[in-house]
Design a binder for this molecule. Structure first.
Ligand code: CA
Ligand code: CA
Ligand code: CA
Length: 297
């Protein structure tokens, strides 16, 4: 079962409005319906898990990463509109991966803008795609079982990144594809296995995305459009490579290495609520058992 519901809320509301006599006496009024939602993403949608490190080598494959996924959760008590939500990753190295790698550059540590090498959008108008309270949605690099190369099963992901232009990506016929707004990766949307920065932007950021240069340069969005971020770097010594300004995300998380099968998951407080202090170092922890959250039902 998919947890994301596709509804045409405006049609439902207008249908009610045109036929008020058919309402039962205890039906909520339109005003009441409006008061309980659906909500905007900002403040209500959080990154729950990012699995980027790649699978532990098995079945003769040393570097398997098609199983990468991003999981977003509705932390509000009402449905949230996620149609048009933008998900992307930031440019910049995760650390001193090769000799001579140095931190800095034009697209990091900007207090006013976040930069995206690649930006995807969940298809549909905002109110057409609703995420129910406490539910999550999974975005897969490839919707697949990944058997036998990985124990991470994303066959039932809610969306997948499909790259048409290089002719090498796999398009699952069932799982809907994200819409491409800006693309700066290769044959598929591989986020760096050394530690990516994942950025979620509100739907209204689509019109506000600005090019920073040519077609191989990132786009940028004002920080006011940021819904949530997760910043990961290569290791604990890689802090100089932070991509996000401290006012957007003041820390970073890292897994123990590439191809470890580890993900980073949101820490929960004593009330089982996702912690968000805009410090990825404090808000996320490493998990050795990535869980795309789509197996329970
Ligand atoms: Ca893909
Ligand atoms: Ca597909
Ligand atoms: Ca945050």
């Amino acid at each position: 079962m998919k947890k994301v519901s596709f509804v045409v809320m405006s049609l439902l509301i207008s249908a009610c409005a045109k036929d008020p006599e058919s309402e039962a006496p205890n039906m909520p009024s339109l005003t009441d319906t409006g008061a309980v939602g659906p909500l905007m993403p900002k403040g209500n949608i959080k990154i729950e898990e990012v699995y980027y490190s790649g699978a532990v080598p098995t079945a003769g494959i040393d570097r398997y990463y098609s199983d990468q996924f991003i999981e977003l959760m509705n932390v509000a008590d009402a449905p949230v509109m996620v149609g048009g939500l933008i998900i992307g990753d930031a440019p910049g190295l995760a650390g001193a991966i090769n000799p001579g790698n140095a931190p800095g550059g034009p697209y990091v540590n900007d207090p006013d803008y976040v930069y995206l090498s690649t930006a995807w959008r969940i298809p549909g108008e905002p109110e057409d795609v609703l995420l129910e309270p406490g539910e999550s949605l999974v975005i897969a690099q490839d919707a697949a079982t990944h058997n036998p190369y990985s124990p991470v099963n994303t066959l039932n992901a809610d969306f997948e990144a499909y790259v048409d232009e290089f002719g090498e990506d796999f398009d699952d016929a069932i799982v809907p594809n994200l819409e491409s707004l800006w693309y700066g990766a290769g044959y598929d949307w591989l986020v760096t296995v050394f530690g990516p920065t994942i950025i979620v932007l509100s739907p209204d950021a689509a019109e506000a995305l600005e090019q920073t240069g040519g077609e191989y340069e990132p786009v940028r969005a004002h920080v006011s459009t940021v819904v949530d971020t997760m910043e990961a770097l290569m290791d604990g010594d890689s802090g100089d490579f932070k991509r996000l300004h401290s006012s957007v995300d003041s820390g970073f998380i890292h897994v123990s290495g590439t191809y470890t099968g580890e993900s980073v998951r949101r820490i929960r407080d004593e009330n089982d609520q996702l912690v968000d202090t805009d410090d990825s170092g404090a808000d996320f922890e490493v998990s050795s058992t990535p869980n795309p959250g789509i197996t329970e039902d």
